[in-house]
Design a protein around this ligand. Structure first.
Ligand code: ZN
Length: 460
């Protein structure tokens, strides 16, 4: 059987028709090889989001092909991309469907927190929300708000049925502490045995009308020292707030006593002479120093038992009163100088122009109120004066200065005298002033951190 088929096969092979058939077949095969083949890259139907970028994947085709597209990505719709090719023998026309759809859900933005607490005795009030869609724009009015126990569910759909949902948890619990603020000053100065008057605090709470306030203090008004009054307040949900007030018990300045205070120095040629006179008369004074003069003068001031305080490094009003930072940077320079030379951490301060100066207003409105408070809170004390020797203004001779000082002394009060150890006429009048005072029954003393500060009224 096998042999028979073979025979027939061989016979057929050599027939004329068969030869023609084979030739046609081979020709078609080669023709097929030459026909350019074409097919789409990517899907026939492509869905893209509106306003997104459409990148056409094109076709797999070796020859240059024309692409015709009407895709508008900024408008919802169904579009076509066509790929056209034509030469003398072949013609192709393929297409792809591109659907521009809204695939993005609106966004819901809640006012307030996602976990919103409200007072135990209160009712939750809607805090508001907004919803925005990429196509429909503001869809706030379409938001459906439902309440379910401790949840508020916000749902919104855009015109393409894309849905968004946001949930807010509402919790009946007071988590906010009361807000507490001091009535009166945060730094109170009292003379020894003076009476502390409680000025109390003001308390506000988000939920409770009557909060629990406890006031404790460690004040011992019989002893010079720094004390605190602590105010602690709790609301009904046990949220706690605390605030403190500093109470400083100080030695009163003595009446019939002269406190000589010298600013702007030291200065070689004047401060050294002034120190000699004070030593000779056994009088103690207070020096508010700058960066000027020899270090040895700073050392002498301390070594000879006088008080040393900080005046200023630059003495430039436009600089030190321009900002809080400027002031403290300046102050620290002098403080460090004193410390480096003497080992004394001075916390005594005198403001250039005094605390009542109005010049500072030109550089920074209200700066003296802030500065004085900051100084006290940082542990410094500032001291003004109640007798101006005039040596920085009209009393520009030793006679004028002498007369002005002795005419302004009083036996019934303390006399804190403002002087400048940089002035030659101050140096020259000092001996006579001291002699006059001693022979008229006055005493001399210096000011220190335990002394009751003398403070002028703030004007800026
Ligand atoms: Zn000064």
């Amino acid at each position: 059987m096998k042999d028979k088929i073979k025979k027939i096969d061989i016979t057929f092979h050599f027939t004329f028709l068969n030869v023609v058939f084979v030739i046609v077949f081979i020709s078609l095969f080669f023709l097929f090889l030459f026909v350019p083949k074409i097919h789409l890259k990517g899907d026939y139907v492509v869905d893209i989001n509106i306003n997104s970028k459409y990148v056409d994947e094109g076709v797999n085709f070796k020859k240059k092909i024309k692409t015709i597209s009407n895709v508008n990505t900024s408008k919802l719709g169904s579009y076509e991309v066509r790929y056209v090719y034509k030469d003398k023998i072949f013609k192709y026309n393929l297409k792809r469907i591109v659907n521009v759809k809204d695939k993005e859900a609106p966004k819901i933005v809640l006012e307030g927190d996602k976990n919103q607490y409200y007072c135990p005795n209160g009712t939750y009030e809607e805090l508001g929300y907004k919803a925005y869609d990429n196509v429909d724009k503001d869809v706030t009015s379409k938001v459906k708000v439902e309440k379910d126990d401790d949840r508020i569910i916000y749902t919104v759909k855009d015109s393409s049925n894309n849905k968004s949902q946001v949930i807010r948890k509402i919790i009946k619990k007071d988590v906010e502490a009361p807000i507490i603020s001091l009535n009166g000053d945060d730094n109170i100065f009292l003379e020894v045995n003076g009476t502390y008057i409680e000025e109390n605090v003001t308390v506000k709470d988000n939920c409770d009308l009557d909060t629990k306030l406890s006031i404790t203090n460690n004040i011992d008004n019989t002893k010079v020292g720094d004390y605190t009054v602590t105010y602690e307040v709790k609301d009904k949900s046990n949220n706690k707030s605390e605030i403190m007030r500093n109470v400083k018990i100080r030695e009163p300045l003595k009446s019939n006593t002269i406190y000589l205070t010298f600013d702007d120095g030291p200065r070689d040629g004047t401060t050294d002479v002034i120190l000699d006179i004070l030593k000779e008369k056994n009088v103690k004074a207070t020096f508010f120093v700058t960066m000027n003069g020899s270090d040895s003068l700073i050392k002498r001031i301390v070594d000879e038992g006088h008080s040393i305080g900080i005046h200023t490094a630059s003495h430039r009003y436009d600089l030190i009163y321009a900002s809080i930072d400027n002031y403290f940077n300046d102050l620290n320079q002098v403080e460090n100088r004193i410390y480096n030379i003497t080992g004394v951490h001075s916390k005594l301060v005198r403001f250039p122009g005094g605390s009542s100066n109005t010049i500072s207003k030109k550089y920074s409105e209200g700066i003296m109120s802030t500065l004085t408070r900051d100084l006290l809170n940082k542990g410094y004390q500032y001291y003004d004066w109640n007798v101006d020797s005039g040596d920085a203004s009209f009393a520009n001779s030793s006679t004028k200065l002498y007369n002005n000082v002795i005419n302004n002394l009083s036996h019934d009060k303390y006399n804190v005298i403002l002087m400048h150890d940089t002035k030659t006429y101050t140096r020259d009048a000092l001996s006579k002033i001291i002699d006059y005072a001693l022979s008229n029954g006055y005493s001399f003393d210096s000011i220190d951190i335990n002394s009751m500060p003398i403070r002028q009224k703030l004007n800026n």
